[in-house]
Design a protein around this ligand. Structure first.
Ligand code: NDP
Length: 322
């Protein structure tokens, strides 16, 4: 079968489309015929080496598809079932062997492409606003990279929870998408100083939570956007990792909280995985959350997909189709 392999760390050019042996499902595993593999920013960190993975590896942590075969002891899934999953390596491929306890059944009204977006980015948005900082009615929330895959979903969830959203984006086109998703105010952080804009928009009160996936370029100012007892939720490094920080500064700035969460802790138990993905898939089915699915690449063009994502050319979800 075809798969996108990383043999050494580097830029998008290290992604190579190779013929490898199709996996066979071991005990407790299911063989999934991948219909849509989700591309996520974390894949670029694993490719570059910012996050270490064993090499060589098949990239990709999220997919949706059909059960092609079941391994010994699997009774909860059967051949032909429509399924989706995250947090299992090897999704950039025609087939993937996935532990049955990591799989979720896709409801009838949810497409493979939507399923691939729901599992990693949808569940991330869910844990950020339901668990890391449970958003309250009337809260003011700052969301960076607001037109990105996680960003557009997070805006919609935060609005459902009754809060106001200030989004940041790099272009006017992205600003329009963030507004359509429900953002109350949008700042072009490539042109305006987002901290003074947040100050102006909130009449100096600041935001209760800053969801910051941009990292190095925005981290310090995001902290300075917070109201007293505010939450700084640093959950990504699109502009580079934050490497230096003095926690003592959180005190005089208003007894602030800082956390660096990761999805995989928030879906580590079957109960949490079912709860989060269940709510996300239900909101998609009910039309409460709309996914922006615009960027599709054939499997063999994973390089181009990574270039587009890292080049800030994409909005919403990026999908690889085997
Ligand atoms: P996005 O679709 O949001 O793409 C990243 C966006 O970051 C870009 O579109 C761009 O938006 C913005 N950005 C700002 N500065 C840069 C830069 N220097 N280079 C590239 N992009 C930049 O990706 P995802 O939705 O897949 O992921 C969003 C973030 O969330 C990532 O940082 C990812 O690592 C993180 N994440 C964290 C998880 C966790 O559990 N901790 C789980 C899932 C995602 P703009 O042009 O508007 O600035």
């Amino acid at each position: 079968m075809k798969a996108i392999r990383v043999n050494e760390n580097g830029g998008p050019e290290v992604l190579s489309c190779e013929d490898i042996e199709q996996p066979s499902p071991g005990a407790g595993e299911v063989l999934v015929k991948v219909a849509a593999a989700g591309i996520n920013y974390i894949d670029t960190y694993q490719r570059s080496g910012l996050y270490q993975i064993p090499l060589p590896s098949t990239l990709g942590l999220e997919a949706a598809g059909t059960v092609a075969e079941t391994g010994a002891g699997v009774s909860q899934f059967k051949v032909g079932d429509r399924v989706a999953y995250t947090n299992v390596a090897g999704a950039y491929a025609e087939y993937a062997a996935v532990p049955a306890n990591m799989l979720i059944n896709l409801p009838d009204g949810v497409s493979f492409n939507e399923g691939a977006a729901a599992m990693l980015q949808g569940c991330t948005a869910h844990y950020l606003c339901r668990s890391t900082y449970p958003v309250n009615v009337g809260d003011r929330c700052l969301i960076h990279a607001a037109a990105g895959g996680v960003g557009l979903i997070l805006i919609q969830m935060v609005k459902m929870l009754g809060a106001t959203v200030i989004g940041t984006v790099s272009t006017e086109e992205k600003a329009e998408l963030a507004r359509q998703a429900g953002a109350d105010d949008v700042i072009l952080y490539t042109e305006q100083d987002f901290q003074s804009e947040v100050d102006r928009i909130t009449d100096g009160a600041g935001v209760n939570v800053a969801y910051d996936s941009v990292g190095k370029a925005t981290f310090e100012k995001s902290i300075d956007c917070l109201a007293k007892f505010g939450y700084m939720v640093l959950y990504g490094n699109a502009s580079g990792p934050v490497t230096e920080f003095n926690p003592a500064t959180l005190g005089p700035k208003g007894s602030l909280f800082l956390t660096r969460p990761t999805l995989f802790d928030y879906v580590a138990t079957r109960e949490d995985l079912e709860w989060r993905s269940g709510e996300v898939l239900q909101w998609i089915t009910e039309g409460k959350i709309k996914l922006r699915l615009e960027h599709f690449f054939p499997l063999a063009q994973a390089q181009q997909a990574h270039e587009a994502l890292e080049g800030r050319k994409t909005t919403g979800k990026v999908i690889l189709t085997p």
